[in-house]
Ligand binder design. Structure first.
Ligand code: ZN
Ligand code: ZN
Length: 139
């Protein structure tokens, strides 16, 4: 995603439900997709979680209520300790990247979704009709 005026990446920003946790990134969006894995489903209590991936070093995620949960070895999920909103996903397998939730963006929800991850784990009571690639691996 670029600002057509300058050719530079647009800053994307977002926040949790209560506003206690916020982020801002200058990174290009490296990928974006819907994750259907069981871990994401439970972490968000939602049948699908939609992430976008940016460079860690070009992203600031913070706030007094930011907490982390290590959901599996080498993985931590950021969330707001006040309102409970899921905020981030980080894995040592992609240590230079951080995944943020498209639905927590401040404005526009303007990230283009490219694919489905862990389609093999998707719930069968939600019908999804799109032409995006549906892979079994993923984030
Ligand atoms: Zn909050
Ligand atoms: Zn997942």
């Amino acid at each position: 995603m670029t600002d057509t005026g300058t050719g530079k990446p647009m800053a994307l920003s977002g926040h949790c439900l209560c506003g206690g946790v916020h982020y801002r990134t200058r990174s290009l969006v490296r990928s974006a997709g819907h994750c259907h894995c069981e871990s994401c489903r439970r972490a968000a209590s939602s049948p699908v979680t939609t992430f976008f991936t940016v460079l860690r070093e070009e992203t600031e995620l913070g706030g007094d209520s930011l907490r982390y949960y290590a959901s599996s070895p080498g993985v931590r999920r950021g969330f707001c300790g006040t309102c409970g909103s899921p905020m981030s996903f980080e894995t040592e397998r992609r240590a230079n990247e951080i995944d943020l939730y498209v639905a927590s963006l401040d404005a526009g929800l303007s990230v283009t979704i490219k694919e489905h991850w862990h389609w093999d784990e998707h719930v069968d009571w939600l019908t999804i009709v799109d032409d995006l690639p549906k892979g079994e691996g993923g984030a």
